[in-house]
Ligand binder design. Structure first.
Ligand code: FES
Length: 105
């Protein structure tokens, strides 16, 4: 599994998603509740960016129709989305945030 440095920890504001691309994969980075999560940036219901949504209770809410996805598992908590969004393992090394998109966690 190869990790790529995607951001500095110090540049990630709490509960404010940041969209990055890793080898062509759009990823939303979310710093919340003392951890950093990486979730695919595309809602599983339609092709919109999750990083434009709100973060609450370790979930990210799709701004278009309101499904929330658990940042730990990618599972939707309610309709209209029924399929999970891929989530990826994150490592923190000093101020570096590293993500691997070669394997979903
Ligand atoms: S596009 Fe995300 S819930 Fe519909």
């Amino acid at each position: 599994m190869s990790y790529v440095r995607v951001a500095a920890l110090s540049e990630l504001a709490e509960d404010t998603p940041k969209r990055v691309e890793i080898d062509g994969t759009p990823v939303s980075l979310v710093r919340t509740e003392g951890e950093v999560f990486a979730i695919n940036d595309i809602c599983s219901h339609a092709n919109v960016s999750l990083s434009e949504g709100e973060v609450e209770d370790c979930s990210i809410e799709c701004w278009l129709h309101g499904s929330s996805f658990d940042l730990r598992t990618g599972k939707p908590s309610g309709l209209p989305a029924t399929r999970p969004v891929p989530v990826y393992p994150v490592k923190i090394e000093g101020d570096d945030v590293l993500v691997s998109v070669t394997q979903e966690s």
